[in-house]
Write a protein that binds this ligand. Structure first.
Ligand code: IPM
Ligand code: MG
Length: 362
């Protein structure tokens, strides 16, 4: 029997509640499709910091490296540890395990309200491929006499040829296989999210590499949009987009917008992926830790369940992943259980159990 070793890092705030629902659906998947999952849970996060002065042990990458996959709840609680300190663990894992793809599907599920009047499950159905290890988040920079009138800070973006080529190839490969909801065939479109009219070195370089890689994929259509204009088009014409490739910062920004198109943070998940499987990949809901809701069992676990689906997909448990997708669709379309963000009163656990039940019954 195939067996997967999964590390669970619930993190802070509502992380524990949403992780429990991810674990629930992973266990149900193993049961239904006859594979084994073993979990090991790690208590890293802000409480760990208060005890030990750091977010996790020194050797955390060593500890995680032999797992087949990592599920991360959410990190950060500014009442305990400043965000720029606590969130470093996230970037440490993304960079340390060369999870250079941050894959963020933007899907409006049936039965879910979106602030965009014209949006439907067919029109809001795209995926952002965000570069996840360098660019604007390379972490290079410094302060110069910060408290003096002439003080300054600088932060340097780093765009390597290798980093740009590999994220773009991933986007083009994905465009060859990805199908929009209800479509028989792939649309086969990659849109380059750029800002080369103002960032005249980094984004000009990025664009030139995009054009080069596009040349390797003559069967895939391409387009480009400046990131500011792209935020408009996301709202006005979401149906146009299929695969969008973006730098680290731009991908971060447009995926929060994408989360709103799909009805809110409660639905948005992401994978931090090392496609070569040289290191474990990490999957997470992209929402924060919502400390004020901690322990109340009211947040929406769909994003976490979706992250678990992406994890199984990455582990080639395709049937289980497809089943989870179908179960999520059905539960949301039925609309019998709805968490507070959907205007209902169901608990986190009730949604998780409803998806599990639907999945097992498929
Ligand atoms: C995300 C988050 C993180 C990021 C923060 C918390 C560092 O916003 O995963 O989108 O910017 O990558
Ligand atoms: Mg973000």
């Amino acid at each position: 029997m195939k067996s997967h070793q999964i590390a669970i890092i619930p993190g802070d705030g509502v992380g524990a509640e949403v992780s429990a629902e991810a674990v629930r659906i992973l266990k149900a998947s193993a049961q239904k499709f006859s594979f084994e999952v073993n979990f090991e849970q790690f208590d890293w996060g802000c409480d760990y910091y208060l005890k030990h002065g750091q977010m996790g042990p020194d050797d955390l990458l060593e500890v995680l490296k032999d797992f087949d996959g990592i599920f991360l709840g959410c990190i950060g609680d500014a009442s305990k540890v400043p965000d720029h300190i606590s969130l470093a663990i996230l970037l440490q894992i993304r960079k340390g395990f060369d999870q250079y793809v941050n894959l963020r599907p933007i899907q409006l599920y049936p039965g879910v309200d979106t602030p965009i009047r014209t949006a439907t499950p067919e029109t809001v159905n795209m995926v952002v491929v965000r570069e996840n290890t360098e660019g604007e988040y390379s972490g290079n920079g410094g302060f110069f006499m910060p408290d003096k009138p002439e003080g300054f800070a600088n932060q340097m973006a780093v765009f390597t040829r290798k980093g740009c080529e590999r994220i773009m190839r991933y986007a083009f490969d994905l465009a060859r296989t990805r199908k929009k909801l209800g479509d028989e065939d792939p649309v086969g479109l990659v849109t380059n999210c750029t800002k080369s009219n103002a960032l005249i070195y980094s984004m000009v370089y990025w664009d030139s590499i995009f054009d080069q890689i596009a040349g390797e994929y003559p069967d895939i259509k391409t387009d480009m949009a400046l990131v500011d204009a792209m935020t408009m088009w996301f709202v006005k014409n979401p149906q146009y987009f299929d695969v969008v490739v973006a730098s680290n910062l731009f991908g971060d920004i447009i995926t929060d917008l994408g989360a709103m198109l799909q009805g809110g943070m409660g639905f948005a998940a992401g994978g931090n992926i090392n496609p070569e499987k040289e290191f474990p990949s990490m999957f997470e809901p992209i929402h924060g830790s919502a400390p004020k809701y901690t322990g109340k069992n009211i947040v929406n676990p769909i994003a976490s369940i979706e992250a678990a689906r992406m994890l199984l997909d990455h582990l080639d448990e395709t049937e289980a992943a497809d089943g989870i997708q179908a179960a999520i669709m059905k539960v949301l379309a039925d609309g019998e259980v709805r968490t507070k963000d959907m205007g209902g009163t169901s608990t986190t656990r009730e949604i998780g159990e409803a998806v599990e039940k639907e999945f097992l019954a498929l």
